[in-house]
Design a protein around this ligand. Structure first.
Ligand code: MGD
Ligand code: MGD
Ligand code: MO
Length: 760
């Protein structure tokens, strides 16, 4: 690495360790209510406590009395802050003024405390009563020409109970328009896995990680985004399992890790090597790597009968011959060029794979946010299937989810393309005819708003305006709505990009006590390993005027629909009644209320893990898709004389999606700055750029729309030539709305062709 710039210097300590503890402590103190934070922490991910609102990684039965991580501390402290955004705050600042604030300043203003209505004439938010707010929403919904002019967005933090009630409300109202964060996240995993193995969820449990001989981590940065996963990987690595990282960037957390919960590693300043092997492909090169592994497996299988699991393939799989043909027509030249790895590196990966009996593949956004994401997920499954690595202990597919309950939200019906079974069960239970036409996903919702076909937007959590692509057009889309409603805990960008009428409805967070008429309520969530468990808030609510998400949805539903089809208010009085409804509608949740009494909850059966394939063929299906003709980095050579680079947008260590906790990215050695662009030093030299130079970044889209962001500092970094990386959401204006993954519509956040121009 060349000389670091002022804002960047290499981080030499292991991930986790004292750095993590120091940072956790700082965040508790900054949250201005450290005592509450500490008390809350001891309850995180513990039986009788609350589910950490950080990531969706599974809880470990052996984790002991504490099971949280640095970034979980930040998430909890962020919610437990003693700062408040009250009426006087909104009196003081107009919306136009607040629009000039950065995302960090907005959210760190504190918790929202009472319902607010935007008043366009004064450009300020003013208090409104809950009942008036509900009636305003009801009036706007009832006025629509069609229920499909409403959009009901969900971010993945909502509980199963809130999510179930929300989808029920939407469907009784008459629409399947449930865009959600999943559309921007693991959609490709769900789509690819459902078509390949008949279930859209990961097939492994925490126990499988204790048994695996090798774990391949594709396109994921667990050191920042799933820190508790590092403890799992560390344990595996310590007992001799091979951990293989495949990542565009050399991420600190995937290399060395000191577990803050291991006194020995902390006292001895020691650490565990996490991945013994680290491969850095080009952006989007993973499908080519996997195709190369498959090709090598087939070549080796010609002389060695043990390379493929012939029996498994014969008994359980469909389409092997077509897949073999696809492999044969994929040339090594193409594989090497597209992957960005050498033939030898791919051989090395193949050998680790062959020499390991039980193998887990994990992956996250580095796989799912490309144009060919679904095909790549299918190729991950293909390679697992070749050696029977699905449905045996210690092996399987593990898409590592993002939001703490994004998986549960989908399970209980947040789906713009609901299954016929779900709709039929709702019809039977509530005697109404649910809408059958598919609804809009996140990107299509933005198109619909732009075209004037969607007029009311309701967001159950999240930050739609900032998380979505093509910022300028998304703003315009929201502003054209008759009404935008945000059900939120903290002030964010989406409150400032208002429809003609706009409401902020403040709600309880997961760490807070939720009292209803029958007493304090628990909610339930599902983690990445399909474990469903309950969560009970411990902290006093940030304000007496907050309502739970369940109560807010029920309020909207009652005002809009009355209680004829569903008794919303009764369900709100006791969430156990909502769980009874879920039991009645979704067979997997039989005896829901009694099964969540178990300490760590219960496991939702996964058919693929039992080698039951719910596909059309009743088999696991190989995908014979060909490699993409051209990735952005290949296009560069073919068509352009300009120096086009491929941009990936990703998270820093101090953020949770659009919630920016701080300005540092410790493991990448960046401090006090978010407008940075990580680039390869050769690429920089070619363009006459030096560390610390300021650039303007422009998207190459050829659609007549100019997409540009400015004042980014270039930082030389270990990243393959042709690839650059920058933080989200600052880079979202560069992502064209039209640039989405085939077959699933996820924005291609990890592969945007761009050019750079030096400023000054
Ligand atoms: N603290 C914290 N925790 C979080 C979140 C957060 O923002 N903060 N967000 C939550 C959410 S919603 C999600 S979805 C997850 C996100 O978890 P991640 O998927 O880990 O998130 P990203 O920061 O987008 O990181 C993507 C990683 O993939 C690599 N990568 C990018 N493109 C490619 C590629 O083409 N090939 C390969 N092999 N690697 C590539 C990047 O270098 C980076 O290491 O984390 C969840 N947990
Ligand atoms: N460029 C780029 N864009 C991306 C991504 C990327 O990698 N690159 N990643 C995408 C991914 S993976 C995802 S999941 C999306 C995330 O998109 P979202 O889920 O929409 O965004 P978040 O930033 O998680 O939402 C934060 C807001 O949620 C609210 N909130 C927090 N806790 C609660 C709660 O308990 N209840 C309620 N009602 N509200 C709460 C707070 O007001 C906070 O401001 O972004 C996507 N956008
Ligand atoms: Mo996500």
């Amino acid at each position: 690495m060349s000389k670091p710039s002022k804002n960047q210097s290499p981080y030499r300590s292991p991930a986790g360790g004292w750095g993590a503890l120091k940072s956790s402590a700082k965040h508790l103190i900054l949250s201005s209510d450290a005592a509450k934070g500490v008390k809350a922490l001891l309850k995180a991910n513990q039986p009788g406590g609350f589910d950490c609102p950080g990531c969706a990684w599974g809880d470990s039965a052996g984790a002991g009395k504490v099971d949280f991580c640095e970034n979980g501390v930040k998430a909890i402290a962020w919610e437990a802050t003693s700062k408040r955004v009250e009426q006087n705050f909104f009196n003081q600042y107009s919306i136009s003024e607040l629009q000039q604030w950065n995302d960090h300043s907005l959210e760190s203003s504190g918790r929202l405390t009472e319902p607010m209505l935007y008043d366009g004439s004064s450009d300020h938010y003013q208090p409104i009563s809950w009942q008036q707010a509900f009636e305003l929403i009801a009036n706007n919904l009832q006025r629509l020409d069609s229920p499909d002019q409403a959009l009901l967005y969900t971010s993945g933090r909502a509980s199963n109970e809130a999510a179930y009630l929300y989808q029920l409300f939407g469907r009784v109202f008459g629409t399947n328009n449930f865009p959600d964060c999943s559309n921007m996240c693991h959609e490709a995993s769900g789509v690819g896995m459902t078509s390949g193995i008949g279930t859209g969820k990961g097939t492994v449990t925490m126990e499988d990680f204790d048994l695996a001989d090798a774990i391949f981590v594709f396109g994921q940065n667990p050191g920042t985004n799933h820190p508790r996963m590092l403890a799992t990987l560390r344990k595996a690595s310590k007992r001799g399992a091979q951990v293989v990282a495949i990542n565009n960037l050399k991420e600190q957390g995937l290399q060395k890790f000191a577990d803050p919960q291991s006194p020995k590693e902390m006292i001895l300043f020691s650490s565990t090597n996490i991945s013994q092997h680290y491969f850095t492909p080009r952006l989007g090169g993973d499908m080519a790597i996997l195709r190369g592994m498959a090709k090598s497996l087939l070549e080796k299988a010609e002389h060695d009968d043990s390379v493929l699991d012939h029996q498994f393939i014969a008994e359980h799989c469909h389409g092997f011959n077509e897949y073999r043909n696809a492999i044969n027509t994929s040339s090594w030249d193409k594989i090497v060029q597209q992957s960005g790895l050498s033939f030898d590196e791919i051989e090395q990966m193949t050998n680790i794979y062959i020499n390991s009996d039980k193998v887990i593949f994990t992956w996250a956004m580095g796989i799912t946010q490309h144009r060919h994401s679904v095909a790549t997920v299918r190729e991950l499954l293909n390679v697992l299937l070749l050696r029977g690595n699905i449905g045996k202990s210690g092996a399987g597919a593990c898409p590592v989810r993002g939001h703490s309950n994004v998986q549960g939200n989908r399970t209980v019906g947040i789906d713009e393309q609901p299954s016929a079974e779900l709709l039929a069960a709702l019809k039977t239970r509530y005697s109404f005819t649910p809408p059958h036409n598919p609804g809009l996903n996140t990107v299509d919702s933005i198109h619909a708003m732009l075209a004037g076909n969607a007029k009311v937007f309701i967001g159950l959590g999240g930050n739609f305006a900032a998380a979505t692509p093509d910022t300028e057009r998304t703003y315009q889309a929201l502003q054209q709505c008759d009404l935008t409603v945000q059900i939120s805990t903290k002030l964010n960008r989406s409150h400032l990009i208002t429809g003609k009428c706009a409401l902020i409805l403040p709600c309880l967070g997961r760490t807070e006590i939720d009292n209803q008429s029958s007493g304090p309520q628990s909610i339930t969530v599902e983690d990445t390993m399909s474990m469903v468990h309950s969560s009970i808030g411990q902290n006093q609510p940030a304000s007496q005027q907050l309502k739970s998400e369940v109560a807010v949805i029920a309020g909207i539903a009652s005002a809009t629909l009355g209680e004829q089809v569903v008794d919303w208010q009764k369900l709100t009085s006791d969430y156990g009644l909502i769980r009874n409804e879920i039991s009645a509608v979704l067979p997997d949740f039989k005896d829901y209320n009694s099964r969540i009494q178990a300490d760590r909850g219960f496991y939702l059966q996964n058919p693929a893990a039992q080698r039951q394939w719910n596909t059309k063929q009743q088999k696991a299906v190989f995908s014979a898709a060909m490699l993409p003709q051209q990735l952005a980095h290949e296009m560069v050579k073919a068509q352009y004389s300009k120096s086009i680079l491929t941009l990936q947008t990703l998270r820093s260590h101090d953020q949770y999606n659009t919630s920016i906790y701080g300005m540092n990215d410790r493991y990448r050695g960046v401090y006090g700055e978010r407008r940075v662009l990580f680039a390869n030093s050769d690429d920089m030299a070619k363009q006459g750029l030096q560390d610390g130079d300021t650039v303007e970044i422009t998207t190459e889209a050829n659609d007549g729309i100019e997409r540009r962001v400015s004042n980014f500092k270039v930082v030389s970094y270990q990243i393959p030539s042709g690839c650059v990386a920058g933080y989200y959401p600052e880079t979202n204006p560069l992502v064209p709305l039209e640039s989405v993954a085939d077959d699933c519509g996820t924005p291609t956040y990890k592969s945007i062709p761009i050019t750079l121009a030096k400023i000054g």
